[in-house]
Design a protein. Sequence first.
Length: 357
Amino acid sequence: MSAILLLPVGVHVPTGKVVAPDEVERGNACNCECVFCGAPLQARQGELIVEYFAHQAKAVDDENICPATVERCIFWMAKKVFDEGDTIALPDFQYTLENLVYRIKKSYDITEAKTLEYTLEYFPEINTANSEIRVKLKIRNHPLVVVISYVDRTPMLEESSIHVSLNVLVELLEGRSKGFKEAMSRILLQHTEAKKWIYHSRQRQEKCEQHFEGLVELEKLKAEEAAQARKAQQEQEWAEERQRAEERRKIRSVPVEIQRVQKEQALERVKERVSELVAVVEELYESGVLAGKRCETCLVTRNHNINKCEYCGDEQHEIFMLNKAALANLYSKYYCANYGSRSLKVLPVFSKFEFIE
């Protein structure tokens, strides 16, 4: 055993009980022996320093080594705490399920935090334990396993069980503060911060799993419907492309001169429509309107307080701030954005715009 390891418990020889240093006389008069090696102890107590047991002089040496470890010291104090206690605070428990395929994650409330009476059914052999013990309690005639181990070594169990962080308990012991027994009692029995559920009632978890499977199935159906919709959309696009190809084939049969005239006429009509769209914006700006709504269907801009487009009747729009910066090179912007052709498809005839206050 390391010379600096402080023993938090000892065996009181007259009574055979495991005791803390503050429960017996000071010094060698404590009449206690080591729970690990049986060597006589002395209780060291003080107003400011930590209370602990230490082996009496020459009680242990290189030939008589005490098997005490930090973990075993904690387990002995844990046994004392569980022996003397009768209620335990249990944390709340959320059972979280996740499906990575459909990106679904849901947490279910299995139980709320509560404090319940218990009886100690079994405490394992301590002097051969290494870094984990499993204490068995009975609560309302139901078994509960309390696993005390390091966080990175939490076991997976399929019985009602909670985990208590040995990391926290080791920090507590090595901190060498007074009142170690009371602090251990708070962590093991009174508080829930260092505890978490490993496993709870399987019946409740099965209900959660059934509900979650329903959510996954619903998401699966949605994904299948979306895939079918994408397929239908793709087929429609292919059909439209075939139609355009057929139209191009027919156009190639028209005399070149007729095509040239038609293209020039179409281009002039596009330019005319761009000018009409720009004129509407300029008229709004000159009327003192600061913001307009540009229709996403016919691309005509209207006063921001008018909900429905006066030309195509659509309500979908984009807010368009009316200022000098926005109006600069507006014709070129509209022309390059193909606003003229897009507007013509919706509004072959553009009636005079009337501003409405």
